[in-house]
Design a protein around this ligand. Structure first.
Ligand code: ITT
Length: 207
């Protein structure tokens, strides 16, 4: 069965293909290039559902979406759901530099990456072989995961994307941009949220 991955962020696609790996057995993950909805939800979960609903409505397929960002305690949770455009445009380097600037002289560097993974199954899609007719209602599921850490004073490391060069995960030596892909894929907010939602995806779509 096909499942559309409702993101335009190539870094997320790369990470999710690696993370999901064998959990995709029997499912075909297809890219989404349809219209981007307005992300006007107030939470990661609400925005992940907005993206999954839009991709499902556009394609008629079950849709998976990711809404994520970094939440800094000393900034009241900012940039949070606004992480992708914190500095005004979708520029990872500008966003990261603005966050460093806003934390200059701040001692409390506690932060967390957050990821909401959403699944939307359109009406009529069968829940496995035993459900011949499929549900008359669409079905929606969300899993939220957090990855605690601190914000470094300077950028370090070249792997990953976004805020990785300044995010130091708790229990690790450096930033998440200094982890190998294999290490980040086990620890990250994205890995945790999608690991939690995949059994639901499989039960809903494959029975
Ligand atoms: P889609 O909405 O198309 O999925 P997006 O990049 O706009 O793509 P979000 O609104 O969820 O996605 O914003 C996520 C931002 O949070 C992303 O652009 C990064 O700046 C940051 N982010 C999320 N996960 C991250 C990670 O694993 N490492 C570093 N930064 C991350």
């Amino acid at each position: 069965m096909q499942v559309v991955l409702a993101t335009h962020n190539a870094h997320k696609v790369l990470e999710l293909r690696r993370i999901l790996g064998p959990a995709l057995d029997g499912l075909e993950l297809v890219a989404y290039d349809g219209p981007e909805p307005v992300e006007d939800g107030e939470t990661f979960a609400a925005n992940a559902l907005i993206k999954a609903r839009a991709a499902s409505a556009h394609t008629g397929l079950p849709a998976l979406a990711d809404d994520s960002g970094v939440c800094v305690d000393a900034l009241g949770g900012a940039p949070g759901i606004h992480s992708a455009r914190y500095a005004g445009t979708r520029n990872d380097s500008d966003n990261l530099e603005l966050l460093l600037k806003n934390l200059e002289g701040v001692d409390d560097r506690a932060a967390q990456f957050a990821c909401a993974a959403a699944l939307v199954v359109p009406a009529g899609v069968a829940a496995g072989a035993s459900d011949v007719a499929g549900s008359a209602e669409s079905r929606e599921f969300v899993e939220l995961a957090l990855w605690p850490g601190t914000i470094a004073a300077h950028r370090s490391g070249a792997a990953g994307f976004g805020y990785d060069p300044i995010f130091c995960p708790d229990g690790q030596q450096g930033t998440s941009a200094e982890l190998t892909a294999e290490e980040k894929d086990v620890l990250s907010h994205r890995a945790q949220a999608f690991t939690a939602i995949m059994p639901i995806v499989r039960a809903q779509l494959l029975g």
